[in-house]
Design a protein around this ligand. Structure first.
Ligand SMILES: Nc1ccn([C@@H]2O[C@H](COP(=O)(O)OP(=O)(O)OP(=O)(O)O)[C@@H](O)[C@H]2O)c(=O)n1
Ligand SMILES: C[C@](O)(CO)[C@H](O)COP(=O)(O)O
Length: 229
């Protein structure tokens, strides 16, 4: 089943502390965003890539994609102040009908097997997200004191990709914008409409590169993947 992918890549990478967009940090000589793009460029089911970028980085990203697969259209669209705004703006460039994946540019280690499961699940149920069971004990903390320990057995750490029927996600973003609601992921916009969101078990190495330590993990994952090839 074909799908389009929206890749939000317009962040500032503040928590990484690199002083610039963390997606331009190089891993094994290639920018993080190139590693992420490679997965979708190599997936014959991916019909279109829509990259939401900071307009000031247009030249950088244009240079970065110019030598990529000419048979796979990559649209560069303007991102927004928040991740949600970037995604909504990119969605407006998606084709009508069908399935769209939203995948963080900061998650370069997504596997095609999970993508396929998500697309199939979203096609039948409307919305599907990748997630992994939480391994740590999670507690609610208030004023540096434990307020509550949350039962772990039903807690999952949510990742991207998140897959949706395009019409459903566009509607959810429009309603969220009308309501001035900001969510930290796209699925929350669907949930607030009372719609079902299915969960597909992902992999623990599908990490979001957010803080400097994540770069060490990324190097280890790349080394491990190289061994497996
Ligand atoms: N206004 C924004 C904010 C984030 N993103 C993208 O959304 C993904 C997940 O966001 P996050 O990991 O938080 O990236 P940053 O916002 O860059 O990080 P920080 O919050 O540390 O600044 C990233 O690929 C980021 O580029 C985006 O497209 N537009
Ligand atoms: C969408 C997400 O990756 C799911 O875990 C996460 O919510 C993004 O959060 P961020 O603060 O925008 O990186």
């Amino acid at each position: 089943m074909n799908y389009e992918v929206v890749i939000p890549a317009a962040g500032q990478g503040k928590r990484m502390g690199a002083g610039h967009n963390k997606l331009l940090i190089k891993l094994r000589g290639r920018p993080i965003i190139s590693h992420t793009l490679k997965v979708f460029l190599e997936d014959s089911s991916c019909s279109k890539i829509i990259l939401a970028i900071n307009p000031v980085e247009r030249e950088i990203f244009s240079d970065l994609i110019k030598d990529l697969d000419p048979n796979k259209p990559i649209s560069l669209v303007h991102g927004g102040e928040e991740r949600q705004h970037s995604v909504f703006n990119a969605l407006k460039s998606a084709d009508e009908g069908g399935i769209v994946l939203v995948h963080d540019g900061a998650r370069p280690f997504i596997r095609q097997s999970v993508i396929q499961q998500l697309v199939q699940t979203a096609d039948s149920s409307g919305a599907a997200i990748a997630a992994v069971p939480v391994k740590d004990t999670i507690k609610k903390v208030e004023n540096s004191k434990v307020a509550e320990t949350i039962e772990r057995s039903s807690l999952w750490s949510v990742q991207t990709p998140q897959a949706f029927r395009i019409s459903l996600l566009l509607h959810a973003h429009a309603v969220a914008e009308r309501d001035c609601f900001l969510g930290t992921d796209d699925a929350s916009l669907i949930e607030r409409l009372g719609k079902e969101v299915r969960v597909v078990q992902g992999h623990y190495d599908n990490i979001k590169l957010t803080t400097p330590e994540d770069l060490y993990f990324a190097e280890a994952i790349l080394r491990n993947n190289q061994k497996g090839q």
